[in-house]
Ligand binder design. Structure first.
Ligand SMILES: O=C(O)CCC(=O)C(=O)O
Ligand SMILES: [Fe+2]
Length: 335
């Protein structure tokens, strides 16, 4: 498999209030170029404290070392975004997961689908984290300290995401109305644990995490392997249709475009197909923060990217809630 070097973009100027306009513009241009080409890049000097990243790595490693029965306390069906999925769970018909993952998704109670009909979606009650919502179950936190750690980490990644969006909005030159869509987002977390594939696994197809596009806007991933960060496990498909190995770059975030950002930009930004094939004997964990639009947000192109010949009689605009719930019910995605 050929190696591909992702662009490594120094994000320092975007985190530094004293940076010059020219320094910021250089970052904007580099991110815009990467989003249009492979749709995936690495960010260094991202502003998320390294100590916090290391603490997350340790938290996730410890969780995956727990006895199976502990982990299974959080197990959910593969169609759900909140909870634990085990190695061997069915991914799509006839395909088994070859990794473990533990997901957390904030409440989406503003979205009418799934709300009890007698609850006003705007009421504080509807927004309580314990109220049922369109995704059904609740987040299943192992304990308060685990939750506090993940939430602190997510707060920092949200800061990073806001800066990445500011950069993207600047390079796309979009209106305030279009910028509003970027402000209306939900951070969801995926904690992934990979064991090296056995010969038998390889014989059966040998893929830990099958190919997929991330469904949302932009994904920020931190990758860790025990004792080394050089196990090459992530692969992306390039425009030539071929798969390439991605070598992890220590202390960076891997950032990739998802389906909705591709749609919002009328296809100008590329959402890469990617997958994980982990062959090292050492376990690998990745901590993923997916940034999705809120459920009411339109998934149609931003006004700047609506094709000129767009038919005004077209069907009603789709929102992210219908889009993601459609995927959860379907089979063509990781979700
Ligand atoms: O583990 C990785 O590097 C990628 C994970 C991923 O693609 C996902 O969770 O959607
Ligand atoms: Fe992904």
């Amino acid at each position: 498999m050929t190696l591909i070097n992702l662009p490594v973009i120094d994000f320092g100027a975007y985190c530094d209030p004293n940076s010059t306009a020219a320094q910021r513009q250089a970052v904007e241009q580099a991110i815009d170029k990467a989003c249009r080409h492979l749709g995936i890049f690495c960010l260094s000097n991202h502003g998320v404290p390294q100590e916090l990243c290391n603490q997350m790595r340790d938290l996730v490693r410890q969780f995956y070392r727990l006895p199976l029965e502990e982990k299974l306390k959080h197990q959910v069906p593969t169609s759900q975004l909140r909870g634990y999925l085990n190695f061997g769970d069915e991914y799509t018909e006839g395909v088994e997961l070859r990794y473990e993952t533990f997901g957390f998704y904030p409440p989406v109670n503003g979205f009418s689908n799934g709300l009890a009909p007698d609850i006003d979606p705007a009421s504080p009650e509807a927004r309580l984290p314990t109220a049922p919502d369109a995704l059904g179950g609740q987040n299943s936190w192992p304990n308060d300290a685990f939750r506090a750690q993940v939430e602190e980490y997510v707060e920092h990644v949200v800061l990073l995401k806001n800066r990445v969006y500011a950069s993207i909005a600047a390079s796309l030159g979009i209106s305030d109305a279009s910028r509003d869509r970027f402000a209306n987002t939900i951070p969801a977390v995926g904690l992934n644990g990979y064991q090296g594939l056995t010969e038998e696994d390889m014989a059966k197809g040998g893929i830990n995490l099958p190919e997929h596009e991330d469904p949302g806007l932009v994904t920020h991933t931190n990758v860790y392997c025990t004792q080394d960060t050089d196990s090459i496990s992530l692969q992306v498909q390039n425009h030539d249709g071929k798969w390439y190995d991605v070598k992890p770059v220590p202390n960076t975030f891997v950032v990739n475009v998802g389906t909705i950002l591709k749609r919002w930009t009328g296809g100008q930004y590329h959402a890469p197909l990617h997958r994980v094939i982990h062959r090292s004997e050492k376990p690998r964990v990745s901590v993923v923060v997916f940034v999705d639009p809120s459920f009411e947000t339109s998934v149609e192109p931003l006004q700047e990217f609506v094709p000129a010949e767009e038919d005004s009689a077209k069907q009603a605009p789709e929102n992210y809630g219908s889009f993601i719930l459609g995927l959860l019910g379907g089979v063509e995605s990781k979700y």
